[in-house]
Design a protein around this ligand. Structure first.
Ligand SMILES: CCCCCCCCCC(=O)SCCNC(=O)CCNC(=O)[C@H](O)C(C)(C)COP(=O)(O)OP(=O)(O)OC[C@H]1O[C@@H](n2cnc3c(N)ncnc32)[C@H](O)[C@@H]1OP(=O)(O)O
Length: 157
C-alpha cells in the first residue's frame, strides 16, 4: 500500500511501540489505514503471523499477539477519527494520542499462522477524551476474534 499509515504520522517519541512503532525493530510494526478515501469511518490493517508467533498449538497464533494487533489498530483508529472530527491532518499539532484504557476480546476460533490477517476497526463513539472502538480480526472470510476497546486521549501536558 502506498498510502501513509496512521502510525507513520506519530512523532519520533511515540514511534517505539512494540505493536506499531516504526522505530522498534523488535516489534510488529503494524500499519493502519482508512478503509478507503471515501469512507473515513472504517479502518483496516494487515499482518501475517510468523511461525514464532505461535501460542503453542501448532499453526495457531498466540492470543497475546492478537491482543497486541487489536490494541494498536484500535488506538490508531481512535487517533485518526479524532483528527478527522476536528478536520485536521493526522500528526498536526497539538497531537491527539490515545492509549488503551480497556480492551475486551472474544477469541472465536484459532487464528492461523502464515496467512495474511485482516484487522478492521470502527470508532462508534468519540466524546471528549474517550473513544469506543469495535474491532475484528479475520483470516480470509473466517472471523477469528472480535474486540471492544475504550481508548482515552492523553492530556496535552
Ligand atoms: C501515546 C502512544 C502512541 C503510540 C501508540 C500506542 C498504541 C499502543 C496502545 C497501548 O498499548 S497503550 C498502553 C496500555 N495502556 C495504558 O498503559 C494506559 C494506562 N492508564 C492510564 O494511563 C490512565 O488510566 C488513562 C489515560 C487511560 C485514563 O486516565 P485519565 O486520568 O487521563 O482519565 P480520566 O480519569 O480523566 O478519564 C477520562 C475518561 O476516560 C474514562 N476512562 C478512564 N479509564 C477507563 C477505563 N479503564 N475504562 C473505561 N473508561 C475509562 C473515564 O471514565 C472518563 O470518561 P468520561 O469523560 O466519560 O467521564
Amino acid at each position: 500500500m502506498s498510502k501513509k499509515a496512521f502510525q507513520d504520522s506519530y512523532s519520533a517519541e511515540f514511534s517505539h511501540c512494540y505493536g506499531c512503532g516504526r522505530d522498534n525493530p523488535h516489534g510488529l510494526q503494524l500499519k493502519s489505514y482508512w478503509l478507503n478515501d471515501e469512507d473515513k469511518t472504517h479502518t483496516i490493517a494487515h499482518f501475517t503471523p510468523k511461525p514464532y508467533h505461535t501460542g503453542g498449538v501448532p499453526n495457531n497464533a498466540y492470543g497475546g499477539l492478537i491482543a497486541s494487533l487489536l490494541d494498536c489498530h484500535g488506538t490508531a483508529s481512535a487517533a485518526a477519527a479524532a483528527y478527522e472530527t476536528q478536520g485536521r491532518k493526522m500528526g498536526s499539532t497539538p497531537v491527539l494520542r490515545f492509549v488503551t484504557a480497556s480492551l475486551s476480546i472474544d477469541f472465536l476460533r484459532p487464528t492461523p499462522i502464515g496467512e495474511e490477517l485482516t484487522l478492521c476497526g470502527k470508532v462508534t463513539q468519540l466524546k471528549d477524551r474517550k473513544a469506543t472502538i469495535t474491532l475484528s480480526l479475520s483470516a480470509g472470510n473466517m472471523l477469528c476474534a472480535t474486540g471492544t476497546m475504550t481508548a482515552v486521549r492523553l492530556k496535552s501536558e
